[in-house]
Design a protein around this ligand. Sequence first.
Ligand code: ADP
Ligand code: 5GP
Length: 372
Amino acid sequence: MNKKVIIFSAPSGSGKSTVVNHLLTKFDNLEFSISATSRAPRGHEQNGREYYFLSEEEFRRRVAANEFVEYEEVYADSFYGTLKSEMERIWSNGNIILFDVDVKGGINLKKLLGDQALSVFIKAPSIRELRRRLELRGTDSPEAIEARVVKARSEVRYASKFDVVLINDDLATCLREAEECVAEFITRPKKKVALFFGTFNPMHTGHLEILRYLKEHTEADEVRVVVSPQNPMKQKNYSKSARLKNVKAAIARSGLDVKVSDVEYNLQEPLYTINTLRYLREKEPTCHHIMVIGADNLTILSRWYRYQELIDEFEIWVYPRKGVDAPALCEEHNSRSAIKGIRLLEGRLHNISSTEIRNAELTGKDMSAWKA
Ligand code: ADP
Ligand code: 5GP
């Protein structure tokens, strides 16, 4: 599931509610996040519609029970917060969450959710205009308006922490711009992340060539080397921290724009690749993860843990290796897969392997030219 959220924050009187309500009528798959608050209901407000109204005591109890994603004392003695259960409720409906939260809450949610979130700051053209709108709205006492204006002066300083700042001068223009940026975010394709798994004992020039190929000749938006501390099918006999350090150094020397991931160093052994891929999919829902493997692995792939699920859930890119009929093997695996996501890369063959380097070094040969 593509768990996305859109956050709107603004100083009071900027037009945030107007924009948020407009968006809810325009996009069927947006659902308003109903916050919990300790303030009393106003006018026609209903529990479970505008807010979940809680006593201050109940609000504090839930804070202590860690039930909030974030909360703030937005006004003196009035607490507002987003319940974890509310986010799960909306996501389980298959919808995108629309937040209307104060500026601090907006910044905290964005920090927490990263690429999963679009954060938008709505700004009135001036403080004077904001005051005029609050007066015209007629919902607040002169003292309350004064307090909101004072707060607005400090809040506008945080606008640059948001992904988008919309100036609400002409309302129709602001609504159109809000619609455009929401539509772009909703339809934004997932980031394609090519994951080059391996033990890299040691990393060699062939590995670097594959990484360069992935960067230059595929549609991957990001390329990551995932260093495995332990291959479940191989013996444990070398230092995992030294390997990670060597890979990082080799990538830095190569100048390639490639990330090195130690995600598997923090996962429970045995390290089955499908578990790592599922973990990343859960942790990075805005990414599409692709496993990159050498064609030699195709001869044993059906013995990998949960093979069928692996080939049905994840795209796999294969680079050719000598002595392996890669096209035939790709076809064979694809014939068993629901998504047929196994693709042979066109890169040239690399006549070097880590095993060859290790074995040659055991006989005293200098293999440094091959090492990355
Ligand atoms: P917020 O939710 O940020 O406190 P509102 O959406 O309630 O702000 O807007 C404050 C007042 O200003 C409302 O009465 C609203 O109708 C009005 N308003 C909103 N946008 C504009 C605009 N572009 N020009 C003039 N008035 C506006
Ligand atoms: P009101 O009392 O006028 O309904 O809302 C006051 C302010 O509280 C608004 O700026 C609104 O965005 C903010 N707010 C509402 N819910 C939340 C929430 O869950 N968290 C935070 N941080 N602010 C909220």
